[in-house]
Design a protein around this ligand. Structure first.
Ligand code: BGC
Ligand code: NOJ
Length: 812
């Protein structure tokens, strides 16, 4: 165990342990993995929601607040004799705790502390199968004398719609409604009107008092750090009527020396079916029952089944390599982050406010790639939901709301790479499961009844959409933007109130993307394999031709001599070329063209990768472009609005780094691939937490590039395609274990100084025990089953009944 300034990894318990509360930024975790979700920081900040952080927000949170990270799942402990109080989670009182520990685990967080010999430990968990969160407080008196304590809980309710909640005060100050029965606080603003749902906050103990009106609890002009009720030790039993409903319980407790006690609090969401929404007051029986059932034994059970759930998921792919950072990320944290991105896309983190972005079409189709092997059934559902937001044109809504599953009108469509990602997620699903029936599922277009067509046709539409939109160089037109949301070549915005993503001042018939060209070929190649699975060999001809044509267009117009060009702008000029003054080279086309196989034979791939190494790579990772733009260019859009080194303008935009790792592995450079992997691996960066600043157990979207004064500083942690792609790069390409239509393929491209590695992978119901030994310095691997060498690198599916296979691999 290596305890650094802010904490350490506890690999055995699959936890990151934070040992001081004042981390450089709040280091957060997620509770819940089904419908009920919470974000929780290392000092108990954060909020909860049901399915949709925008439309069903349970508790309020103020982003960009000062001091930072105020508002959360708070408890106050008051020594009634000494009239002194503190927060066992440090915030909000920030009292000087004698000991503090926060354990972020998979789906739970435990914060413990000592203050003047009173020990408190709170375990926060969302049990599987329930729409509620449990706070389990264990409190122990280590003093020589007995102590008279008051415990106050507090959460602030959000009036459901988080956008309206933060804006429409003239109405909202009048609508808040609470009901209290048997010590359970029900938040029921708009309940029985347009809503069939309410929240409840309950406590296992009988109450000394309660509060539900914020001002009564805090006192006027006071903050969370010194509520009047806690200071005086007396709840006011307030009943919120308008203004700002909160939930606060007051429990009194005498603890003898060495005595301990458990208190359980539950915050939950309940939805009546719509017909029952007008049930009379007091009939919310289900919740009262739920509240009673939650006792310490049930909490232990819930905790055990959550751990079990995760252990089963993590068992599907497990590795033991010579590198601890690889093991830790592959076995624990990377799949965990992938689950969160899979569930929440880019909607709710400490950088994504939960109100601005829903489920991204491009994003979620990519997120699926890294979680497919763990939850194929859920992946299937998600694929079908995404496909249903495709438009009849083949284009797609850029985002949808998880609650309604309908495309977001305000952002619309025309991000021309979007439809292609659907082909990639479907093909990954097919390889993982072999379930070709998904292709026949009838799926609507634009969620309109009557428009159903087989999913297979959706894929055809996706490809057709690109094929029908080629520009002057026969390369795909870029539309509003491709993967790089900030390369807005048709936007020409001179008005700060316009959105870079949706404004379109040019017709869009000229600007082209070499990145989409590469992605198009990659998608076509996958689609051709799908056609082969369907025995539709005749149809492959057309798509092969499209791929060949696009390949020629890239080689003719997309090759700059030392690297791939990025795009052509609205005037037909190159972007990402040595001819440009700024933005001469971009990472995206180097990654995706090579991944699509473009230029490998011609030696362009090697050249492009050399250029990446000499022009874009830094010790903190590979930058998105160089040199960054030093001023705003109206014909380039948002990218040039960022200061050099930040975000798309030359930061290490981590999402794209694995594309280069994959490309390096494809051309046989195991050392280089793994070196790039390590540069952005959060665990490997733990020792530089003061520079990196974000969580050391989770990937961040960006790390400031070399042109920024904060070079090496990460931002936008958690919700990023970085998570999925890193797991793909390291497992499928560096470790080389990939699902295919014909069986599990194994062809590692590992560093030269690795003696080998071991892995287990459950694939289509069979557990493969893989043992890899390096006997030479190259990349040629030979596969043995029961000491008998097989031909090629794909282990054929075993006959049914065999559910375990032992594979030896020798690399020469
Ligand atoms: C960000 C992008 C993001 C886009 C859409 C831009 O400001 O830089 O990373 O994808 O907004 O929300
Ligand atoms: C974040 C967005 O979620 C993603 O869709 C996009 O590809 C990247 N930013 C790059 O702009």
């Amino acid at each position: 165990m290596n305890i650094l300034k802010y904490g350490y990894f506890d690999d055995e318990n699959k936890e990151y342990v934070i040992t001081r509360p004042d981390t450089p930024l709040p280091w957060i975790n997620y509770l819940g993995c089904e419908s009920y979700f919470g974000i929780i920081s290392n000092t108990a900040g954060g909020y909860s929601f049901y399915k949709d952080a925008r439309l069903r927000r349970l508790t309020r949170y103020r982003y960009n607040n000062v001091p930072t990270d105020f508002g959360g799942r708070y408890l106050y402990i008051r020594d009634n004799k000494k009239k002194e109080f503190w927060s066992p989670t440090w915030q909000p009182t920030r009292s000087k705790l004698e000991q503090y520990k926060c354990r972020h685990g998979l789906g739970y967080t435990i914060i413990s502390s000592f203050y003047k010999k009173i020990e408190a430990k709170i375990r926060y968990i969302v049990p599987l199968g329930d729409n509620l969160e449990i706070w389990q407080l264990s409190i122990k008196n280590h003093r020589k004398n007995s102590v008279d304590l008051s415990i106050f809980s507090c959460i602030e309710f959000c009036l459901w719609n988080a956008i309206d909640d933060s804006a429409n005060f003239q109405r909202n100050f009048n609508t808040g409604e609470i009901e209290i029965e048997d010590g359970v606080i029900y938040h029921k603003t708009e309940y029985r009107e347009r809503r069939n749902h309410f929240a409840f906050f309950a406590c296992s103990e009988s109450l000394e008092g309660f509060d539900t009106q914020r001002e009564n609890f805090l006192g006027s002009y006071r903050g969370w750090e010194n509520p009047i009720v806690v200071e005086s030790g007396q709840s006011s039993n307030s009943n919120a009527f308008g203004w700002s409903p909160i939930g606060s319980h007051h429990i009194n407790l005498i603890l003898n020396p060495n005595e301990s006690k458990q208190i359980i609090l539950i915050l939950g969401y309940h939805e009546n079916n719509v017909d029952n929404k007008f049930d009379p007051i007091g009939t919310q029986k289900i919740n009262k029952k739920t509240v009673k059932e939650v006792n310490p034994i049930n909490v232990e059970k819930a905790f055990a089944s959550l751990n079990n759930y995760w252990n089963n998921l993590l068992n599907i792919f497990h590795v033991n390599t010579p590198d601890i950072h690889t093991n830790r990320m592959v076995n624990i944290w990377n799949p965990y982050q992938n689950m969160i991105t899979f569930k929440l896309s880019r909607s709710a983190s400490f950088f994504e406010s939960g109100i601005s972005r829903g489920i991204g079409f491009r994003d979620s189709n990519q997120d699926l790639l890294g979680f497919m092997h763990m939850v194929p059934t859920e992946a299937k559902k998600q694929i079908l939901d995404l496909a249903a937001t495709q438009l009849i044109t083949g284009g797609a809504y850029h985002q949808y709301q998880p609650l309604t599953k309908k495309g977001n009108q305000d952002i619309g469509s025309e991000f021309n790479d979007d439809p292609l990602w659907l082909v990639l997620s479907v093909s990954a699903y097919l390889k993982e499961t072999g379930d070709l029936s998904i292709l026949d599922e009838l799926v609507q277009f634009n969620n309109e009844p009557g428009t159903e067509q087989p999913l297979f046709n959706h894929l055809q539409c996706s490809l057709q959409y690109i094929h029908d939109r080629l520009g002057p160089h026969d390369l795909p037109l870029i539309g509003r933007a491709d993967w790089n949301d900030c390369l807005n070549l048709n936007c020409f915005s001179d008005n700060p109130d316009q959105s870079f993503q949706t404004t379109k001042n040019k017709e869009g018939k000229v600007a082209e993307s070499v990145f989409i060209a590469g992605l198009f070929i990659a998608a076509l190649k996958e689609f051709i394999k799908i056609l082969k699975q369907k025995n539709s060999l005749d149809e492959t001809k057309l798509y092969l031709e499209w791929a060949e044509n696009m390949n020629s267009a890239i080689l003719k117009y997309g090759w700059d001599g030392e690297w791939f060009v990025r795009a052509y702008d609205n005037f037909g000029n190159k972007i990402g070329s040595h001819e440009c003054e700024e933005g001469q080279i971009f990472i995206e086309p180097q990654g995706y063209c090579i991944m699509a196989g473009v230029g490998i034979e011609e030696g362009f791939a090697e050249k492009a990768l050399n250029s990446v190494k000499s022009k874009l790579a830094t010790p903190h990772g590979i930058m998105l472009c160089q040199p960054p733009y030093s001023q705003y260019y109206i014909h380039l859009g948002e990218i040039s609005s960022y200061p050099p080194g930040y975000k798309e303008n030359g930061s290490i935009f981590c999402h794209t780094n694995p594309w280069i790792m994959i490309a390096e592995a494809m051309v046989g450079h195991g050392d280089q691939a793994h070196d790039y992997y390590t540069r952005i691996n959060p665990s490997a960066r733990e020792t530089i937490s003061e520079v990196h600043r974000c969580e050391p157990y989770i990937y961040a979207q960006m790390i400031a590039g070399k042109d920024a004064p904060t070079f090496g500083e990460a931002k936008n942690s958690w919700l990023t395609g970085t998570a999925t792609w890193n797991l793909i790069a390291v497992t499928n390409w560096i470790l080389g274990i990939r699902p295919t239509y014909n069986g599990l393929s194994i062809s590692p491209v590992i560093p030269k100084n690795w003696s080998g590695f071991k892995a287990t992978r459950i694939f289509r119901g069979v557990k493969y025990h893989i043992s890899v030994e390096r006997i030479g310095t190259g990349n040629r691997s030979m596969l043995y089953i029961n000491e008998k060498q097989i031909e090629g690198n794909i282990i054929p599916f075993p006959p049914s009944g065999i559910n375990e296979m032992f594979i030896d691999v020798k690399i020469t």
